[in-house]
Write a protein that binds this ligand. Structure first.
Ligand code: ZN
Ligand code: ZN
Length: 377
């Protein structure tokens, strides 16, 4: 069949809307009609070249973007028993096979299938199932490609959700909400009474703020250069705001009588090595820094005062998918939304058509959006 998709052909190019020929679902595959796709910063990392193999033999270009999304099942391939036509689904940029060592240990966010998620071909049999108008093979971001009217994905990359849930919040939960919320609750293990600093208050950081709020943190300090995001941060749970980490240093010192923050969560659009030392000094003795945002793949240098780090018994943790299992986190977060504990509608600053995708990403670069969302017909 044919579908329309936003495809990127190389670093620093614009998204192009193309008619793409799509295989029907083979064994273990599901065809999904897209409903909504979030404009997450991680797709911008493909545009800038920070994400994806530098080796031309393994380059992900040309690529249908998008890894945050929701839709309705249209057709299933042989052997698919967990989904049927008409099911509502969230995608998961981390597939969960349920069988590997990590899945079997309750760590689906580390599923072995995730290792190849930025590579070429279908997750099921490795074939290329998408062809562009000039006969070119096209690959998919995170084996998903949510910036398309239809998605052909492996069943392990989907999570079924209740049909009475609106599909825009379902899309948001599939990356930004789960990642941000889990950074605070699961990885930083925020406790009641904690002082928490969240650096970067976009689609991920806003949900780290919500996680800290739900976990009962006393002081929640939102750090963002953009005034609009600092204002929104208060809506999501921030008790204080600062325009820079330097400004936060003085603020947190005052709030804690010099003890500093129990937890610091780094969720800017791009994490760079020079953010680690200021995060270290924002963190109290024995405190925790969680690195949530994506850094350029080849980034190796980090500024860290190793003496202070060891002597003050601090820790730095990485996290993916909020350190939770997609099949556990997605329904759980949506049920919290239904109960009024999580704000998801408020995350959507602007909606776009597929054809407006470049405007959507420009608005993200201009700090106008917490989350821009493509909504399909
Ligand atoms: Zn994302
Ligand atoms: Zn697995």
């Amino acid at each position: 069949m044919k579908t329309r998709a936003a495809v990127i052909y190389g670093v620093n190019e614009e998204w192009q809307i193309k008619d793409v020929e799509l295989d029907g679902p083979k064994a273990g595959e599901v065809l999904v009609k897209s409903h909504a796709a979030g404009l997450c910063h991680s797709d911008e990392h493909i545009v800038t070249g920070d994400l994806g193999s530098a080796d031309p033999e393994n380059s992900i270009f040309p690529c249908i973007g998008g890894h945050e999304g929701s839709g309705v099942v249209m057709e299933v391939g042989d052997g698919v028993t967990d989904f049927e036509v008409g099911d509502h689904v969230a995608v998961s940029f981390v597939p969960a096979c349920g069988k590997c060592r990590w899945c079997a240990s309750g760590m689906q966010n580390l599923c072995d299938q995730g290792a190849g998620t930025m590579g070429r071909g279908m997750i099921t049999d490795g074939r290329s199932a998408h062809t562009g108008p000039d006969g070119e093979e096209i690959y998919c971001m995170a084996k998903l490609g949510t910036f398309a009217e239809h998605m052909l994905v492996g069943e392990d990359s989907l999570v079924k959700v209740d049909k009475d849930l609106p599909l825009v919040p379902v899309a948001l939960v599939s990356c930004g909400v789960a990642t941000g919320y889990g950074s605070a609750v699961n990885r930083a293990e925020v406790k009641a009474g904690d002082t928490v600093v969240v650096v970067g208050c976009g689609g991920i950081g806003s949900n780290a703020l919500q996680g800290a709020r739900v976990a009962g943190a006393k002081n929640i300090v939102a750090v963002d250069l953009a005034e609009f995001k600092r204002e929104k941060a208060v809506e999501f749970g921030a008790t204080h705001t600062a325009a820079s980490m330097e400004e936060a240093m003085e603020l947190v010192g005052g709030l804690t009588e010099g003890v500093m923050a129990d937890k610091v969560i780094l969720a800017p659009g791009v994490v760079t090595g020079d953010l680690i030392a200021p995060a270290q000094f924002l963190t109290r003795k024995g405190g925790t820094i969680v690195v949530t945002g994506l850094a350029p793949m080849m980034q190796m240098d980090v500024q860290l005062n190793l003496f202070e780090f060891a002597m003050m018994n601090k820790e730095i943790k990485g996290t993916i998918f909020g350190s939770d299992s997609p099949r556990r986190a997605v329904p759980r977060l949506l049920s919290m939304y239904q109960a009024g504990q999580l704000k998801l509608d408020e995350l959507v600053t602007e909606t776009y058509t597929l054809d407006e995708i470049n405007q959507g990403y420009q608005d993200m670069r201009d700090d106008k959006n917490i989350r821009g969302v493509i909504v399909f017909d």
